[in-house]
Design a protein around this ligand. Structure first.
Ligand SMILES: Cc1cc2nc3c(=O)[nH]c(=O)nc-3n(C[C@H](O)[C@H](O)[C@H](O)COP(=O)(O)OP(=O)(O)OC[C@H]3O[C@@H](n4cnc5c(N)ncnc54)[C@H](O)[C@@H]3O)c2cc1C
Length: 176
């Protein structure tokens, strides 16, 4: 091993460094997912206002309004959780105010919730845009859905996030 290639110190801290990178990336993914979903919702809302069916803009149909309201509320909450996860990470890194496990828990909750809800919200936004939303003439939603889908795996899968949350709730002796 070449001395100049060592990151951190030998036999110490490599796993910690990798984990810190994972946690930062997971918190960023939570924020990115929420922001992407909010943009898709906004695209869908514009379409709803312009599309006339049964004599009125489809935005006036309560069934669609309620879906939109749920998606807006969830994604605003997810965005806040993403920022909270980043704040917790920052406090641990700079001031040692939280333990690594507390950071892992906050970040796992934010990533799990934000990616899961974002995927659903973008799928809803595509649905509001009917066949146009599915077509290749409407690439933003297709890219958003595929991009967010990757976040259910990348930087720790959805199942791994649940395992972390369960571990921090039940205790590590209950995790295989
Ligand atoms: C867009 C993208 C970018 C990526 N970037 C990187 C990168 O930069 N570097 C890198 O190293 N990797 C990267 N990955 C890989 C990513 O981390 C893995 O895809 C992910 O960890 C899942 O591993 P796997 O694909 O081998 O699935 P598998 O290990 O085969 O798992 C399949 C499924 O089983 C679930 N599963 C596995 N074990 C358990 C268990 N014990 N309990 C419950 N469920 C379980 C998994 O969550 C998953 O849903 C990336 C993946 C994607 C999609």
């Amino acid at each position: 091993m070449q001395k100049e290639n060592v990151i951190g110190s030998v036999d110490q801290g490599g796993f910690k460094i990798i984990h810190e990178g994972f946690e930062f990336a997971r918190a960023l993914i939570a924020v990115i997912s929420a922001a992407t979903a909010l943009k898709s919702i906004s695209n869908g809302a514009e379409y709803m206002k312009s599309r006339i069916a049964f004599g009125s803009p489809i935005a006036k149909f309560q069934g669609l309004q309620f879906q939109l309201a749920d998606d807006v509320a969830r994604m605003e909450a997810a965005l806040t959780m993403g920022y909270r996860a980043l704040w917790t990470y920052d406090q641990e890194q700079r001031h040692g105010k939280f333990s690594r496990f507390q950071v892992s828990r906050e970040v796992a909750i934010a990533k799990l919730i934000s990616t899961t809800w974002a995927f659903e919200a973008i799928n809803d936004a595509m649905q509001w845009q009917g066949a146009y939303g599915y077509s290749k003439d409407c690439p933003p939603e297709e890219w958003a859905l595929r991009g967010i889908r990757s976040f259910l795996l990348a930087e720790g899968s959805r199942e791994v996030m649940k395992t972390i949350i369960a571990r921090e709730t039940l205790g590590r002796e209950y995790i295989r």
